[in-house]
Ligand binder design. Sequence first.
Ligand SMILES: N[C@@H](CCC(=O)N[C@@H](CSS)C(=O)NCC(=O)O)C(=O)O
Length: 280
Amino acid sequence: MLIKIFRASLANASGKHNNVLFVNIPRVHSVRRRSSMNSRITFTEDFFFRQLFDHQSSTYTYMLADLGSKEAVLIDPVLEQAKRDSHLIQELGLHLKYALNTHMHADHITGTGYLKKLIPGCESIISRASGAQADKYLENGDVVKFGRHTIQAVATPGHTNGCMTFIVNEQGIAFTGDTLLIRGCGRTDFQEGNPRTLYDSVHQNIFTLPENFRLFPAHDYKGNMESTVFEEKNYNPRLTKDIDTFVNIMENLNLPYPKMIDKAVPANKQCGLYDIPPDA
Ligand SMILES: N[C@@H](CCC(=O)N[C@@H](CSS)C(=O)NCC(=O)O)C(=O)O
């Protein structure tokens, strides 16, 4: 397999250029492919994974780490839980390299801004298409490295323009943000939402992953914690339908407006640096 490695220079919000090691890997997934419901891929011994929850916003945050180098990343941290996350990082002797967001959230303020203050050296990452400020910006296909591990960032727009799914191929896991929820999906009625785009994102970029890949969403409102590609391909009540039926479902969800949206979106545009607790 040809792996092309190159250094990319990215401009951050202040125009400063950061060197990030990006590994441009062709879309080849783990060689340990299986397709039955029970054949989960075992984590390698040097990979740490922790699912964390914020009850207020029903948000999952994920902590991943390379146990060799101790480098860690957080996916979708929540402002009110930043101290919890920072304490766990410290307790486990990990070094938080990056705090990543799958997209610009509308229902809670991201913890990335506060975490950058709590853990100097930590950098924030979000897709360039999100329109939010961060230290580093991702394009479709970019790879984020922590220790020897890699996260592949795949653009999955539809809930918002900047939505990404983060895939850790070797461990057989993917973080779908609000694009694909367990037996559901992100709403498409604000923030550039588009049901046809979301449908294509899921069918082309998530349902094409190996069926035993475990899926971890940004939210669950019913107590579910994870799913698999197989389960969502077969049992998702929205995305198993044809595209026109899907669009009709999405146009008639009639969900209430998220309570925090008017505060969260302006804050998240600044990587959560707006209205950070005074003790930060
Ligand atoms: N009640 C919550 C917001 C619930 C909600 O709208 N969730 C979003 C993801 S966060 S923007 C969503 O896409 N839901 C899809 C669904 O089918 O539930 C609040 O007020 O914060």
